[in-house]
Design a protein around this ligand. Structure first.
Ligand SMILES: Cc1cc2nc3c(=O)[nH]c(=O)nc-3n(C[C@H](O)[C@H](O)[C@H](O)COP(=O)(O)O)c2cc1C
Length: 188
């Protein structure tokens, strides 16, 4: 049956900063996604994307990134909070695609040095997701006090995040399956 095709849910790491703590979060999220049967994933790191600054939007498409977004049923964005907003590089990367995102699910994991778990960057990304045609879920990943949350080897120090991620992925997978059904079966 068509619906038994594995879902593809890549994780987009949204900052290129040297020493970024968000990388630990992205690695943790990928590990949790990999535990799910019937889901394939890969890390897409904005640091590795050959992003041009000669233009913006679809004029500077990166074929491998566009192909991954085209194949994706959903995306997880891991983004730090920078002055309550999202990194410019994340937005520059997101802007390179458009039709690839339409009617796909998206979940956002905010990362912050403070106790707010990136709540403000998540709120600021939501209207962008809507404009890209993606469907947001009502469960977020909120990674607070991230400098204490992982040890120097990137090992998570608070297991309550495993349970939170389980809830987040449950919701994201439900939405991804629902939207795949809609894309495949519903024409108006
Ligand atoms: C330019 C800049 C702005 C920042 N603004 C915020 C902020 O508004 N709120 C916050 O909680 N942390 C802020 N931080 C701290 C980040 O949350 C912190 O660096 C955290 O580790 C996540 O970002 P990282 O992946 O770059 O490490 C800021 C960091 C930078 C570099």
């Amino acid at each position: 049956m068509e619906n038994e095709r594995p879902l593809f849910i890549p994780v987009l790491l949204g900052t290129p900063r040297q020493g970024r703590a968000s990388e630990h979060v992205a690695n943790f999220v990928i590990e949790e996604v990999r535990k799910r049967a019937g889901v394939e994933t890969e890390l897409i790191d904005v640091r590795s994307l050959p992003l041009s600054t000669t233009d913006a939007g679809e004029n500077i498409k990166i074929p491998s990134f566009s192909a991954a977004m085209d194949r994706a049923d959903a995306m997880i964005i891991v983004t730090p909070e920078y002055n309550h907003g999202y990194p410019g590089m994340l937005k520059h990367a997101l802007d390179t695609n458009l039709k690839e995102y339409i009617h796909k699910a998206v979940g956002i994991c905010g990362v912050s040095a403070s106790g707010f778990g990136g709540a403000r960057v998540i709120e600021n990304l939501l209207p962008v997701m809507r404009e890209l045609g993606m469907v947001t879920i009502f469960t977020d990943g909120n990674f607070s006090n991230v400098q204490q949350l992982f040890d120097e080897n990137g090992v998570l120090q608070d297991n309550s995040y495993v349970q939170n991620m389980d809830k987040f992925l449950h919701e994201l997978i439900w939405m991804a399956k629902t939207l795949r059904y809609g894309r495949d079966n519903i024409t108006l």
